[in-house]
Design a protein. Structure first.
Lengths: 437, 250
């Protein structure tokens, strides 16, 4: 049976597990109908022209894993940013692991979507926010149809959440092939600040397909720093659909570190509903072999005096392929918009490739919008400079690639995370950079 | 120290050096002067091992060993240092970390352990004082946003740290104001010893007032056409290069 048919037919089984009388279920029912109509995206669609899902859709995925598995913290510690105090929401094969998690209801809610979708005290927030900005495309609809579990984060106004929140999804390989569809909701009240780190990690080489949807709402003057660590095995694929709705003077920054996985697709969408909003997207992609990373971004400038900044760096080796498709849409009312977009890439091999496509649609007449993309090899004169100082070729290459990608880390505010990412970059580049940073 | 015999080099099939002969002994300072396009920077790059240049003929001997086939880093490990005319900016790598990497890679090549951190710090402190470099400067990204003078001073700081046997200063005076020139020259003079040698490549005699050469060579169309004492530099400053061209063509 094809995956689409399997998913559609398993919706009935899914209905036995959830409350079919809740208003959320009407949304799910609507969504599965939509998915049934449109199916999975294909390369015939413009937005998927350079990314084919065929190779990941062919597996016979378990949609509802039956086995329960426990993991010991010591075995998965390395996937956490473990040297900081943090809240943790951890899932094993899609199921919540209370053992590895540290949630809270103390002034803020850092807990589970399953609780938020079923308990009366969350009903109002769910009514106001759930599925309000997720787009109605096929993959987001598919996630909406099966939305039941994930992270639920609600920060009331005027809270500075000092501890970062880590969301981790482990897949254990207990199923021959596993499909996961986590659904996250993040609501940040006026003047509040929260930092979130998200990671998906497969622990075996059994195929995993994750189709995740995250909705983030930043109210007035709220600040959200969201970090995505994508360093999975080459049998794990991720489709990340993230939607951020910003109110006036809020700041949302999303950093995406894509260092591994079979196919990684990041659909990252910002909607600016207010003035003086700042939206920032930064990414470092370092991949090799036959890995594929696709960044598909949208910034919708709706109101005046807002900014958006995009800075994506990519290093592609072997037969790795990359896509950057960045759309900036500036509405007629969005005067004085300041939108910047950069996508710079280094290809380390003749077989590696990147398709980069900036799209600017500007309907306002008083704006500052710029974009630039580069694709190149390492600068030979810089190589000579380093080597003339006694730094061997391999280390010199590593140092230059590190320098190339490094400025993306300037805005990472958690030192331990920055340190970890720096080390990941060094190991991905196969060099010992020879010093602590 | 350095002996160059009948060196011919080209880039993309274009001959640039057409038979250079040069001998530099320990303790000596040689100046190489010449008009634009005469091959001065090419000579510096060929000695340091830049791969784009093809050595067609001749040999470069460092302490009697032919270094033609050695990679740039191997030449550096043997004590060759090139101060760049246009130092490259490396964002995200501080001056200090860059020097640590360079020194420890050189030590590794010689089979030595990494330099202990306290020793490294002491050395950095001493050498930065020599070049009148502010400590804050050392934590900045290498050459990024540096002024012309800062870049050149940083080059000589690196030279001081790496303690080369043969230092080649490629137009180190260009872009320097008189104070920076004095600091750079003073640094070079303090690093000079009977065991090392310096080749100064320059357009102008100005730097040679501070770093006084034992020999001055004039490079023209890829050949050394005239050699002399420091007085030759003064003559060139006063009369330009045309009289030499005429002499060569006569």
């Amino acid at each position: 049976m094809e995956l689409k048919e399997k998913l559609v037919s398993s919706f009935m089984a899914f209905e036995d597990m959830v409350d079919v009388d809740s208003p959320v279920h009407d949304i799910r029912t609507e969504a599965i109908k939509h998915f049934e109509n449109v199916g999975f995206p294909t390369k015939r669609q413009e937005a998927w022209k350079y990314t084919s899902l065929n190779s990941v859709l062919k597996h016979d995925y378990s949609v509802f894993p039956k086995h329960e598995d426990a993991l010991e913290f010591r075995d998965v510690k390395k996937y956490f940013i473990h040297d900081i105090d943090s809240y943790k929401i951890v899932f094993i094969d899609g199921k919540y692991s209370s053992h590895l998690s540290q949630t809270t209801h103390d002034g803020i809610d850092v807990c589970l979507m399953s609780a938020a979708l079923t308990k009366p005290k969350y009903r109002l927030v769910i009514e106001n926010y759930f599925n309000k900005i997720a787009s109605k495309d096929s993959l987001s609809s598919l996630n909406t149809a099966f939305s039941a579990e994930g992270a639920y984060i609600h920060i009331p106004k005027n809270k500075l959440v000092e501890k970062p929140i880590q969301i981790l999804h482990f897949s254990t390989g207990n199923e021959a092939a596993l499909m996961l569809q986590p659904r996250n909701l993040v609501v940040v009240g006026e003047n509040s600040h929260v930092q979130i780190i998200e990671r998906h990690q497969s622990l075996t080489d059994n195929p995993v397909l994750t189709n995740s949807v995250t909705e983030i709402f930043t109210n007035k003057r709220a600040i959200v720093d969201y970090y995505k660590i994508q360093n999975d095995r080459e049998t794990a694929s991720l489709i990340d659909n993230t939607f951020i709705n910003q109110k006036q003077e809020s700041i949302a920054k999303v950093h995406t570190f894509s260092f591994g996985g079979k196919i990684t697709r990041n659909n990252l969408n910002f909607y600016q509903n207010g003035e003086r909003i700042d939206s920032t997207m930064k990414g470092i992609t370092i991949i090799g072999n036959k890995q594929h990373v696709d960044h598909n971004t949208l910034v919708h400038h709706i109101e005046p005096n807002c900014e958006s900044h995009q800075d994506y760096k990519g290093i592609f080796g072997d037969s790795a392929t990359g896509v950057f498709n960045g759309k900036v849409l500036v509405e007629k009312e969005a005067q004085k918009t300041d939108a910047f977009q950069a996508n710079n890439n280094i290809l380390l091999s003749d077989k590696a490739s990147i398709n980069t496509k900036p799209q600017l649609e500007i309907f306002a007449d008083d704006v500052k919008c710029s974009h630039g993309c580069t694709i190149g090899q390492l600068d030979e004169s810089a190589m000579f400079y380093l080597r003339s100082r006694g730094i061997p070729e391999k280390e010199a290459r590593g140092l230059l690639m590190f320098a190339f990608s490094n400025n993306v880390l300037d805005s990472v505010k958690i030192p331990e995370l920055k340190n970890r990412i720096t080390k990941l970059i060094a190991s991905k580049l196969g060099v010992n950079i020879g010093f602590d940073l | 120290m350095l002996k160059i015999n009948n060196l011919h080099a080209s880039v993309e099939d274009k001959a640039i050096l057409r038979g250079i002969n040069l001998e530099v002994k320990p303790g000596e300072v040689h100046a190489i002067m010449g008009p634009n396009g005469s091959g001065k920077s090419t000579l510096a790059s060929v000695i340091a091992g830049k791969e784009e240049y093809e050595v067609e003929e001749g040999e470069i001997l460092l302490e009697g060993e032919n270094i033609d086939e050695l990679a740039a880093e191997e030449r550096a490990h043997k004590g060759v240092f090139l101060s760049f005319q246009y130092p490259v900016e490396i964002p995200g790598v501080s001056v200090t970390n860059f020097m640590k990497t360079a020194i420890n890679e050189t030590r590794k090549a010689k089979g030595l352990e990494d330099m202990p951190a306290n020793e490294m710090l002491k050395m950095i402190r001493e050498k930065s004082e020599l070049l009148e470099i502010d400590r804050k400067f050392l934590s900045r990204s290498l050459n990024e946003g540096f002024s012309g003078g800062e870049k050149k001073r940083n080059e000589i700081f690196q030279m001081a740290m790496l303690e080369p046997k043969l230092a080649i200063l490629d137009e180190t005076d260009s872009g320097l104001d008189i104070d920076a020139l004095r600091i750079v020259a003073n640094g070079v003079n303090k690093l000079k010893s009977k065991d090392n040698a310096v080749i100064v490549i320059t357009h102008y005699q100005r730097l040679l007032d501070y770093i006084v050469p034992d020999y001055v060579h004039v490079l023209l169309d890829g050949k050394i056409v005239k050699s002399g004492s420091a007085a030759l530099a003064h003559e060139l400053e006063a009369k330009g290069y045309d009289w030499i061209k005429e002499e060569v063509n006569a």
